[in-house]
Write a protein that binds this ligand. Sequence first.
Ligand SMILES: C[S@@+](CC[C@H](N)C(=O)[O-])C[C@H]1O[C@@H](n2cnc3c(N)ncnc32)[C@H](O)[C@@H]1O
Length: 241
Amino acid sequence: MMNKDNLYQNGETNGNFTFNDQVAEVFDDMVHRSVPLYDTVIDAISRLINQKQQVRITIYDLGCSTGTTLLELSRRLNHSSQRLIGIDNARPMLSRARRKAAMFGKADSISFREGDILDCPLPGADVVLCNYTLQFIRPPVRRNVVERLYQALPAGGLLIVCEKVLAEGLFHHRFIDIYHDFKRQQGYSELEISAKREALENVLVPFSTEENMALLKQAGFDRVEIFCKWFNFASFVAVKE
Ligand SMILES: C[S@@+](CC[C@H](N)C(=O)[O-])C[C@H]1O[C@@H](n2cnc3c(N)ncnc32)[C@H](O)[C@@H]1O
């Protein structure tokens, strides 16, 4: 049972958004009602990873939050040996992730570690996921992070990046309006939408689709494609050749 996200119902921002205890408690509801196509994207990721025909696979999920993605992947992947490792720097998220994995009988196959995306070791990585996490990394260091992920992967390795993105020109406001309609349909009030937006200002800094593509290519990834796009949300797959 998911706890309902009503953190911003009185319209107060309570300072900048952080991944604290209160957020962790309602995160699963928040992410499903705030990220369009959340489940569809996880399913698409499982399809991309299932194309890697190898018996053993090691996947790191950076900024894994409450572990939903790895739990879903563990049900959908074909590989007979799976090492699934979630990394996050927010302890409240990791405790929920561990509790969920235990509840679903996955505590032995999925591990969760406290670590920073800026410097956590990624030994044996075949696939690295960065779902809605890079957008929280300060823009000046994002390039270093992506270069580090490139270095950590072997030839044939996959990096998957999902982000909120900025549309250019005319579409900038139009896409944001469509996104706010989506949030209203998910039951968020005007007050909640604007308070959350304010709390995320300067914390969640989106790049444009083109900037994300350039970031991945400049880090060395030879092939980069968008595999899912919904207005101001985009999912990228990058392959190291
Ligand atoms: C929007 S959530 C990610 C959602 C999650 N990947 C999913 O798909 O359900 C962003 C996560 O990134 C984590 N995070 C932010 N900065 C981080 C950093 N420097 N190192 C590790 N984790 C970080 C936050 O604690 C939070 O759990």
